[in-house]
Each structure stands twice: as C-alpha cells, then as structure tokens.
Design a protein around this ligand. Structure first.
Ligand code: SF4
Length: 273
C-alpha cells in the first residue's frame, strides 16, 4: 500500500493504487455536519454531509484537498455511529462526498452500503458525489441521486495522469440511472487569464455527454471553477452565463443548467457551511 500523501500543488505526486483499508465496520471520514445544499438539483435542501477520506484523482483545482490529497484529518467511525449522527440531524438528504466515496476497499464499501441502506430504510434520501470512475455494485441500489462530476484537464500540461474520465463507466451511470431520475452530471468549467470560460472545457463537457449517451432527461450543470474572492466568483458566474447564452444550440438535447455553488457565494471558502 502506498504511503499517505501530503496536500500539495505538485502534480508529480503519485496517486495511491489502492485505497487505504478501514477497520472492519468503520468508514474513513474527514468531517460530517448539517448544511444547506449549495448546488445541483438538491440546491437549498437541508443536508447532512459526510466527507469520506481518500481519492483516486488529484485535480489541481480540488477544493477539498484536506480530504482527497491527504489523510491527515482522516478518522475512523463505526457505520452505526454515522447512521445515528445523520438521523439526529433530521435532514431529508444525506450527501456522501469526499474525496471519492466510491474509492474504498471492499470492507469499507460494505460499511458504506450498510449506512446507506439503514438511512433509506428510515426514510432518508442518499446522494453520492463521485468523479464517475467507479460504480461499486454494492452501492448501486442504495443511492437516490448519483451526482457525477467527470474530471479532465484541458488547461495544464502534464497533469492528465492525475485527472481522467472513463467513457464506458459514464455510459453505465447514464444507462442505469439516467432515465430513473437518479443522476445528475456536473462539469467544472475553468477560466483563462482574461477571466473568460475556457471553450475547450465546454467542448470537453459536450464530448463526454455525447460519449456517455446521456439521456436528454438528465440535468447537466456547468459550474464555474471556484475562487476564494466572492466578487470575483460572481464575475465568473456572469461570464459563464454570457458565454453559454451565446451558443445555446450547441447544448440542445440536454437538460442544461448554468449552475453555481451558492455556498461559495454565501460563505466563500469557509468549511462546514
Ligand atoms: S476527484 Fe474530486 S475530491 Fe478527488 S481530487 Fe478531484 S476534485 Fe478533489
């Protein structure tokens, strides 16, 4: 097993080939808290967020490196304790994010499936945020909303090993959950030095949707790359809306939403909001 990685901007770091095993019956998490969902089709929904530790990618713009690039903050918690925390929050939605929730060893996936099953049995809804590289069968029927955000790198050379998408896996997500109202796609759009959304990112998003044969009923969110400065982030939102509005025909056939991350606008980069 590879040694845990430290947070870094240097993309020459190696991605561990296997997830770090959790103790039997536990999940490796960084944090958990109740919040108001800030993006996607569950925008505004009171949500109990559970951030799982560890990720199989190294995106240079990742806003949760403390959970994806490093295990410094990781702790193990019994799945029953996590279930009880989520139930006590009284939120209808429970969101598993990361890191990459699907990138677990077999034992931890069992614990994850158990907590999802228990929460759904208690009437809660489960969302899983994923980069779409893995679809563990044990989770497939325990999730109400797969929120798939494919990753690529069209802007910085030499980083493609750390960011990638898998056409056949995305087609599986689209085929199994697309027409069942259990899928949304999210694409982070980066910006050039002039503050304009990169056309190459918009092209890549369309290519992925075409390759995955995403059904027209699946909500597709374009989200501006995050910024610490809230005013500058609003400018990015305006610029993305303007650019997409100029070429709407290129998105026909998909349920497009030019989205944003409201938690960034309201709270900046502060955690636990
Ligand atoms: S896939 Fe998500 S959690 Fe993992 S490095 Fe990329 S942005 Fe961060």
């Amino acid at each position: 097993m590879s040694a845990p990685l430290k947070s870094t901007e240097n993309m020459s770091v190696k991605i561990p080939s296997n997830p770090i095993p959790a103790k039997p019956g536990t999940l490796r998490i960084t944090e958990s808290y109740a919040c108001i969902e800030g993006e996607g089709i569950t925008l505004g929904a009171p949500t109990f967020l559970i951030r799982l530790s560890g990720c199989n990618l190294r995106c240079w713009w990742c806003d949760s490196k403390f959970s994806s690039f490093s295990d410094d903050e990781a702790r193990e918690i019994a799945w029953e304790a996590l279930r009880d925390q989520a139930l006590a929050s009284n939120t209808a939605w429970i969101s598993f994010t990361g890191g990459e929730p699907t990138w677990r060893d077999a034992g931890e996936l069992v614990s994850l499936a158990k907590v999802c099953h228990a929460l759904r049995s208690a009437g809660r809804k489960i969302k899983v945020e994923t980069n779409g590289l893995l679809l563990p069968e044990i989770l497939a029927d325990e999730v109400d909303l797969w929120s798939v955000a494919p990753k690529w790198d069209g802007s910085k050379e030499g980083q493609t090993e750390a960011m990638r998408w898998d056409a056949s896996m995305l087609a599986q997500f689209a085929g199994r959950f697309g027409n069942a109202g259990r899928l949304q796609f999210k694409f982070v759009i980066t910006f050039n030095s002039a503050g304009k959304p990169r056309s190459s990112d918009l092209d890549e998003a369309r290519k992925i949707l075409q390759t995955a044969s995403a059904p027209s009923s699946v909500p597709v969110f374009l989200i501006p790359e995050g910024l610490t400065d809230q005013e500058a982030y609003l400018d990015r939102n305006r610029a993305l809306q303007d650019k997409v509005s100029l070429n709407l025909t290129s998105w026909s056939g998909w349920d497009l939403r030019v989205g944003t991350q409201w938690h960034r606008i309201l709270h900046g980069d502060s955690r636990k909001k």
